[in-house]
Design a protein. Structure first.
Length: 153
């Protein structure tokens, strides 16, 4: 999915013949005279818009489905409705897209904080090593001073 989602991505159903978006009708409340909103399903489980359905009816031998190359006959095609369509901008997909974006952002922050923490650990390790050397030098000096002074008995 692209980073930039647009409203034209909203339509999830396309005609398998002309590859144009098909109106998604969830029930049969369209006026009978407005057949342009009708959507049809072929036997090969592909969708046709009303114009392509009409064209299939005009051809006596039937037409080939552009997706699977099977022959489509108008009498074998049924009108369909969609109870729900999950298009590229459906709520589920939008939520998933936002979640993936947030996860990527979190991952980048974790990597950055991991890098900072590793750098800080290295810095502290260097400081500890430097202090250890100083302490060892002081211990060596004290030992040298103690060895050079005679002990009083």
């Amino acid at each position: 999915m692209s980073k930039n989602l647009t409203q034209q991505d909203e339509q999830a159903v396309t005609c398998s013949m002309c590859r144009k978006p098909v109106p998604v009708v969830t029930n049969d409340k369209t006026p009978a005279h407005n057949t342009s909103l009708y959507t049809y399903l072929t036997r090969c489980s592909h969708i046709l818009c009303h114009i392509c359905y009409t064209n299939v009816g005009c051809v006596t031998t039937g037409m080939k489905c552009k997706k699977c190359k099977k022959e489509i006959k108008q009498e074998n095609v049924i009108r369909v409705y969609f109870p729900e369509v999950s298009g590229p901008l459906s709520k589920e997909v939008r939520d998933a897209h936002e979640k993936v974006g947030q996860m990527k952002k979190d991952l980048a922050e974790w990597r950055e904080s991991d890098k900072k923490l590793r750098d800080r650990v290295d810095e502290i390790g260097t400081m500890v090593e430097e202090e250890r050397r100083k302490l060892q030098d002081l211990i060596n000096e004290v030992n040298a001073v103690l060895k050079s002074k005679p002990r009083a008995t």
